[in-house]
Design a binder for this molecule. Structure first.
Ligand code: 7PJ
Length: 310
C-alpha cells in the first residue's frame, strides 16, 4: 500500500478536480458539515427549512470552509435508513441554492446513485460517500459525471457497525480497502484526480482501531489520493478525554477543543481535508497545523516566510 518514494522528485501539490473546478490542497482545507436530517447525532433537526440550511452554508463559507458537505441521511450508529424520495427532497433544494450562491465546493453526502446524478445536475461538484461507491449503480453514476468523490471506509453498516467491530490489523485492512476502492473507481473510468480517501473514524471502529488509524495516517496518505479526515465531535474525542483523565464526560457540543487537537494531529500526519462542524475554529487550527506540516516537509519554510513579530 506504499508507493515508491525513493526518487527525490519534489511532490506535486495535490489538486482535486471537482466537476470542472480545481480545488488546491497545497494547504489543508476544511469541509463544513451541513446535516439536513431530523436525526443526526450532534446537529440533527437544526436546519429544517431550505432558508435556514442555506444561511448555515453561507456562514460556514464565510468562516473559510472550502467545501460544504450537505447530507440528508443520518449515518450515526443505529440510524434508520431513508427513502430515495425523502433524501432527494431534503438535499436537492439546498444544493441548488448553495451552488448558485457560494464559491465553496458544494458536496453531497450520499451513497444513493440517483441522488448522485441529480446532485451534479443541481450544481454539486463533489460526492462524499461513506459506503465508498459500493451501492449498485454508484460507480456508473459517478463515471458518467465529473464530480470529485470521497471514498470512506466503514466496517458493516450504520445499523450494526458499532456492535462488534473486528480487525486483524485495522491500519492494514483499511489501507487495503481504500486501495481496492481507488482501483475500482479507476477501472470504472473515474480519473485519479477526482478521488480522495478517508479511514472513516468511528465507522465500525473501537477506540483502539481509531488510535491505530490515527497513528498510521501518514501511511494511508501514501496510498496516493488526498486524505480526508472527520473527527469533529465524535465519541472518540470524549473517550480519549476520559482516558486522559478529564473529570466529566463530554457531550457533543463540549468536544470542540478535543476535536481541534485531533484535527491538528491529523494534518501534521498528512490529512488535506478536515471535515468539521465548527468551521471558524477548525480553519484556524488547520492553518497552523498546515503551516507546520509544510515546515516538517521543507524545514524552516514557515520560519523563513514569517515577518517576525514573535
Ligand atoms: C464522516 C462522514 C467522516 C466522511 C460522517 C459525523 C458522522 N464522511 N460522515 N468522513 N462522518 N467522509 O458527522 O460525525 O468521518 S457522519
Amino acid at each position: 500500500m506504499t508507493k515508491d518514494t525513493s526518487q527525490s522528485e519534489p511532490p506535486v501539490p495535490p489538486v482535486l478536480h471537482c466537476a470542472g473546478r480545481l480545488l488546491s490542497l497545497e494547504r489543508p482545507v476544511v469541509m463544513g458539515i451541513l446535516n439536513v436530517t431530523p436525526d443526526s447525532f450532534s446537529d440533527g433537526g437544526r436546519y429544517p427549512t431550505v432558508d435556514l440550511a442555506l444561511a448555515r452554508a453561507e456562514q460556514m463559507a464565510a468562516e473559510g470552509a472550502a467545501i460544504i458537505d450537505i447530507g440528508g441521511e443520518s449515518t450515526r450508529p443505529g440510524a434508520a435508513p431513508v427513502s430515495t424520495e425523502e433524501e432527494l427532497r431534503r438535499v436537492l433544494p439546498v444544493v441548488e441554492r448553495a451552488a448558485a450562491r457560494l464559491s465553496a465546493i458544494v458536496c453531497v453526502d450520499t451513497s444513493n446513485p440517483e441522488l448522485m446524478r441529480r446532485a451534479e445536475a443541481s450544481g454539486a461538484a463533489m460526492i462524499n460517500d461513506v459506503r465508498a461507491a459500493r451501492r449498485p449503480g454508484a460507480l456508473e453514476a459517478l463515471a458518467d459525471g465529473r464530480m470529485a468523490l470521497c471514498l470512506m471506509h466503514m466496517q458493516g453498516d450504520p445499523a450494526s457497525m458499532q456492535l462488534e467491530p473486528h480487525y486483524r490489523d485495522a491500519l492494514q485492512e483499511v489501507g487495503e480497502f481504500l486501495g481496492a476502492r481507488v482501483r475500482a473507481c479507476r477501472e470504472a473510468g473515474i480519473a485519479a484526480e477526482r478521488l480522495c480517501i478517508d479511514p472513516g473514524f468511528g465507522f465500525g471502529k473501537l477506540l483502539r482501531h481509531n488510535l491505530q488509524l490515527l497513528a498510521g495516517l501518514a501511511r494511508l496518505a501514501q496510498i496516493g489520493p488526498p486524505l480526508l479526515v472527520g473527527v469533529s465531535r465524535k465519541s472518540l474525542v470524549a473517550t480519549l478525554l476520559a482516558q486522559a483523565g478529564a473529570a466529566a464526560g463530554r457531550a457533543p457540543h463540549e468536544r470542540l477543543a478535543g476535536s481541534l487537537a485531533l484535527a491538528s494531529i491529523a494534518v501534521l500526519r498528512g490529512a488535506r481535508i478536515v471535515r468539521a462542524h465548527d468551521v471558524a475554529a477548525t480553519v484556524d487550527a488547520v492553518r497552523i497545523a498546515g503551516l507546520l506540516a509544510a515546515d516538517a516537509a521543507a524545514p524552516c519554510a514557515a520560519a523563513d516566510a514569517c515577518a517576525d513579530g514573535g
